[in-house]
Design a protein around this ligand. Structure first.
Ligand code: NAP
Ligand code: F7E
Length: 369
């Protein structure tokens, strides 16, 4: 039975990857941060269901800013594979927490590599590093592949650039099986609430149920190559099963404006939008709807709030994943439209529960995330 350690086990990808590896018969050890509130919501169904997985899923407290715990967990588990998914992963927030982000996302990766090296596991343990399309930043080529030069545009991306190269360096210097997955944006119903797709699907679902009036967005003209997290964790797994340690881009090859994701999200709930104005004055209104939900004709549903702008933006991302397709047989199954529909449907169900609570007399405040 193979053993894997996952850092960032409580995150979106950590949860999907845990499920995948348990299905494949792995023993999975997740490293989770201590938090004042419970932070295991995404993995509770796997952790508690000991009958299904026969106690093959274990959690350990730890933090990428603390070498001692990383060494201890790696020493105790003696893993065949480590997936380093832990990170301060919000690009906008990295401008507010640049030093913390560098420590966790950059040096944290070094700490993990050093733990494996110090413990003499360089031949046994394969390492996956969660690299990112944010490395391409101000893109030097369209589409972006493994050969495209990097031009990071945020403290997050600069920290991830260090992590990318320390992974390459440890592979070359110590012959470690260490690989970067350069993953383009991937989303799901489990996506963090403040990333743009989930912010949109949550807000549209709340509006549909009369729980929120409108949403405030940042730059809705940037473009992203969006895939589904389920497809991407399969890609991570395949990268570590390959014969040789190499870096791979995972992407769909389709790029979409944030604005088009918004239009699609409303369309899923039978609403047609009308946009007015430009730049910070751009707004959107309900042009028509079919009365299934609580929308009103003429209702303003969108305004721009410059608070969500980034000091330096990444305008256009579109990936070329031919290397992964050819060498790993990896192919994404979801389109961005099917992803959007799944997220909207899931959030409508989620907030129907809020509606029931409201009817039962609980007050629920509007949240503009
Ligand atoms: P996510 O949902 O934000 O999850 C991040 C995880 O890292 C959470 O489990 C978080 O713990 C944990 N974490 C944060 N700070 C930590 C620390 N100091 N020590 C240990 N763990 C820490 O991110 P994701 O979307 O699953 O992404 C997974 C990884 O892929 C990240 O490294 C991200 O940067 C990278 N990536 C993501 C995408 C994407 O589109 N999703 C694309 C390319 C690369 P809490 O739950 O306690 O916050
Ligand atoms: O923003 C624009 C924003 O925060 C996407 C992380 O997983 O993927 C993610 O980083 C775009 C940007 O993701 C709002 O300006 C407009 O252009 O969903 P996001 P991201 O920055 O692309 C990469 C690959 C990672 O590696 C990261 O870890 O949407 N945008 N209005 C907005 N974004 C947010 N969050 N909120 C808005 O209101």
């Amino acid at each position: 039975m193979k053993k894997a350690i996952i850092t960032g086990v409580t995150g979106q990808d950590g949860a999907y990857l845990t499920e995948l590896l348990l299905e494949k018969g792995y023993e999975v050890h997740g490293i989770k941060r201590r938090s004042s509130l419970i932070n295991t919501e995404r993995i509770d169904h796997l952790y508690e269901d000991t009958h299904v997985y026969n106690k093959k899923f274990f959690l350990h407290y730890g933090d990428l800013s603390d070498s001692s715990n990383l060494i201890r967990v790696v020493q105790n588990v003696q893993p065949d594979e480590i997936y380093n998914l832990g990170a301060m992963s919000h690009v906008r927030v990295s401008f507010d927490l640049p030093e913390y982000c560098a420590d966790v996302d950059g040096i944290g990766t070094l700490r993990l590599m050093e733990a494996v090296r110090t413990l003499g596991l360089t031949e046994k343990t394969r390492i996956y590093q969660a690299s990112t399309s944010e490395l391409y930043g101000k893109v030097q080529e369209v589409p972006q592949s493994e050969k495209t030069p990097f031009y990071p545009r945020s403290p997050y991306a600069v920290a991830k650039m260090y992590a990318f190269w320390i992974t390459v360096n440890y592979r070359e210097a110590y012959n470690m099986f260490a690989c970067n997955g350069i993953l383009f944006n991937h989303e799901s119903p489990q996506r963090g609430e403040t990333f743009v797709t989930r912010k949109i699907t949550r807000a549209v679902a709340k509006m549909a149920l009369g729980l929120q009036d409108m949403m405030f967005m940042g730059n809705i003209h940037s473009q992203r190559d969006w895939g589904h997290a389920k497809d991407y964790v399969e890609g991570m797994y395949r990268i570590l099963q390959h014969d040789t340690p190499e870096d791979f881009v995972l992407a769909t090859g389709v790029t979409t404006k944030i604005k088009d994701f918004i239009i699609r999200a409303f369309e899923r709930l039978h609403v047609e939008l009308e946009f007015k104005g430009e730049g910070v004055d751009e707004t959107a209104y309900v042009k028509s709807h079919d009365n299934t939900y609580a929308f009103k004709t003429g209702q303003q549903v969108l305004a721009i709030d410059p608070r969500y702008f980034r000091p330096t933006e990444v305008d256009l991302l579109i990936g070329d994943a031919s290397k992964a397709r050819n060498l790993l047989g990896w192919e994404p199954k979801y389109t961005w439209q099917s992803l959007c529909d799944e997220m909207i449907d899931s959030d409508v169900e989620l907030f129907k529960k809020d509606t029931l609570l409201r009817k039962a007399g609980f007050e629920i405040k509007n949240q503009y995330e």
